[in-house]
Design a protein around this ligand. Structure first.
Ligand code: SF4
Length: 344
């Protein structure tokens, strides 16, 4: 059955027209789904009984079940959602001074194999549909009775390996008559799928682009992220420069510091050389230690030195606040221990 939350407003209008209905019905349905957040077509009381019946016969509303919820002392909440096919995905709610941010998953598992990620080593199942991406935000808004202001695509999955569905989900999230989350409040993080960076640059979507960089030399980056063997740092930076020139938007580079791997002063110097003159920001992340992972966190003293070196040399850098460390908030960690909930 088709998921009604997979449709952006224009496509939903077309669906309804194909059913012989007036396009304004799409706006009514959108309001029920994204403002009233109803869980069944029966609750859409301004829709005729006949149309409700047709909708029920042809579409699913996609309500996620919370399989597990962990709450950190700092307020971070981590959800494990059960999908209709028995798969499980994670989403994290983080509280910042500027509002509530949800970190969403874009796939069930990930093919990228980054060595520092908890999603690595467990099988990739499939990509999420647009509606399944959007439902993560709706389910969290329902659970917390609050409004989400920001969305980051930094959960399980490579968003650019599910490009069309991610972009369509952004259209649904953007709709002012629905969830109304502006593109400027949405950030996509990629491990570096270069052709999609060019594609996004040409798309004219106002979201923020984040690149998992983690090293400025190809040998170290390839040892951390196999994607670097397909698109090396030089190709990646060239694509980033194109993106900046085309959109005039600042790129955020993620750099997870691992002890004795990419965290010494020489690494900081190389990073400055690589990014010099670019409209960018570096987000330094104390690497999360995962089960069987080979990396350990750099010391705070070292992370501060690294940050200061970048800032003193013209590259704006900040250290990401660690949220939810007591509940293992790094992506993939909850799913890793709860694969296929209902199929067990
Ligand atoms: S860090 Fe992101 S891209 Fe890399 S394996 Fe994990 S989920 Fe995939």
């Amino acid at each position: 059955m088709k998921n009604i939350k997979d449709y952006n407003i224009d496509d939903l209008k077309k669906e309804l027209e194909a059913l012989g209905e007036k396009p304004f019905r799409a706006e009514q349905i959108f309001k029920w789904l994204y403002i009233d957040k109803v869980k069944s077509f029966d609750e859409m009381t301004n829709i005729s009984l006949e149309l409700r019946k047709t909708l029920k016969e042809n579409y699913d509303i996609c309500n996620f079940k919370i399989a597990k919820k962990l709450e950190s002392v700092d307020g971070t909440k981590k959800y494990l959602f059960e999908l209709s096919d028995g798969n499980a995905i994670e989403s994290v709610l983080m509280e910042y001074h500027f509002g509530k941010t949800v970190c969403v998953s874009s796939q069930v598992g990930c093919k990228m194999g980054c060595k520092f990620c908890a999603s690595t080593g467990i099988p990739f199942e499939r990509s999420l549909s647009s509606g399944e991406i959007v439902e993560q935000i709706i389910a969290i808004e329902q659970d917390t009775q609050s409004k989400i202001s920001n969305v980051v695509f930094m959960g399980i999955g490579e968003p650019f390996d599910n490009y069309d569905n991610v972009l369509n989900a952004i259209k649904i999230l953007n709709n002012p008559k629905g969830l109304n989350i502006g593109a400027r409040h949405i950030s996509i993080s990629t491990s570096g799928i270069v052709p999609k960076i060019y594609a996004l640059a040409d798309e004219n979507v106002q979201c923020t682009l984040s690149i998992s960089l983690h090293s400025s030399n190809n040998e170290t980056r390839s040892s951390m992220m196999p994607i670097n063997n397909a698109y090396n740092i030089q190709e990646l930076i060239k694509a980033c420069k194109y993106y900046i020139q085309k959109t005039n938007k600042r790129i955020s580079f993620e750099y997870a510091l691992a002890k004795d791997n990419n965290d010494n002063l020489k690494d900081a110097e190389d990073l400055v050389k690589l990014l010099k003159g670019m409209l960018c920001h570096v987000n330094l992340i104390p690497i999360n230690k995962i089960e069987n992972g080979k990396y350990t966190k750099s010391s705070l003293e070292n992370i501060i030195k690294f940050r200061d070196y970048l800032n003193d040399n013209g590259i704006t850098a900040t250290i990401r606040r660690e949220l939810g460390s007591d509940i293992n908030a790094a992506c993939g960690q909850l799913r890793r221990t709860n694969l296929k909930i209902s199929k067990n």
